[in-house]
Design a protein around this ligand. Structure first.
Ligand SMILES: [Zn+2]
Length: 251
């Protein structure tokens, strides 16, 4: 059974903390049996998104069969952000967009005009937008789900499916909104069947956050899926098929 990890970070460290480099990253994927990983920045949430996006492209170009880059821009910059997004999505090399409204320091409602243009842009390119969720004040699952409600053409992913405090709500929100998806990255094995029962197995994706820590994080988060007692069909959807569909990869 092929596996796609829908939530990883590959960058030159996180603040002062070192993080796995590309070789260690690929070695962990091989060791644990992950075929492809969606990779996001870390440094680019704080400064210089363009340099961060270029680093992601370099990684993806070096491992084109394994790494799927997601672009990040800073919505606080207004038109500059939209131009940068359009430029990078226009290359066809980025398959999705990542926002972390908490560490990027914006409430979605405060940058409403820019976010509106951003979500129009991603709808045109038909790529998913993954938001960090599960943490107040800027990133509650409710705030992110509101974007899915306001922009029904945009495919929005709750990057942590509620994380810890909003898992119950995340399931309900994804059930309500056809364009809202759940990346199960943080909720425990016992909560995954709830999310699937609530939102449907076609709305839930496996993600690990690997890259903010070493390979043990990837192993732990994959265990959360493997140990959740899912049907084979549901497991195949969560680990692979839903990601293929959202990313529009060749099956
Ligand atoms: Zn993350």
């Amino acid at each position: 059974l092929p596996i796609i990890d829908f939530h990883c970070h590959l960058d030159d460290g996180w603040g002062d903390e070192p993080t796995p480099g590309r070789d260690a990253f690929i070695a962990a994927m091989d060791q644990i049996g992950v075929d492809k990983a969606c990779i996001f920045t870390l440094q680019g949430f704080y400064r210089d998104t363009q340099a961060a996006n270029e680093r992601l492209l370099q990684h993806a170009n070096a491992e084109p069969d394994r790494l799927i880059p997601f672009v990040t821009v800073d919505p606080k910059l207004g038109d500059i952000a939209i131009q940068e997004l359009d430029l990078y999505l226009g290359t066809g090399l980025f398959r999705g967009v990542k926002f972390h409204s908490w560490v990027q320091s914006f409430a979605p409602s405060i940058v409403h005009e820019t976010m509106s243009d951003i979500l129009d842009c991603v709808s045109q390119y038909d790529v998913p937008v993954l938001f960090h969720d599960g943490t107040p004040p800027y990133s509650t699952s409710f705030q992110i789900a509101d974007l899915a409600r306001q922009f029904p053409k945009a495919k929005i992913v709750l990057g942590h499916a509620g994380l810890s405090d909003y898992v119950f709500a995340a399931g309900q929100l994804a059930a309500e909104l056809p364009n809202l998806y759940l990346c199960c990255c943080g909720p425990k094995a016992g909560e995954l069947p709830y999310l699937i029962q609530c939102a449907g197995s076609e709305k839930v994706l496996f993600g690990s956050d690997f890259g903010i820590a070493d390979w043990t994080l990837l192993a732990d988060r994959l265990d959360d899926v493997q140990c959740a007692n899912l049907s084979e069909a549901a497991k195949e959807s969560v680990l692979y098929k839903n990601a293929v569909r959202l990313l529009r990869l060749a099956d």
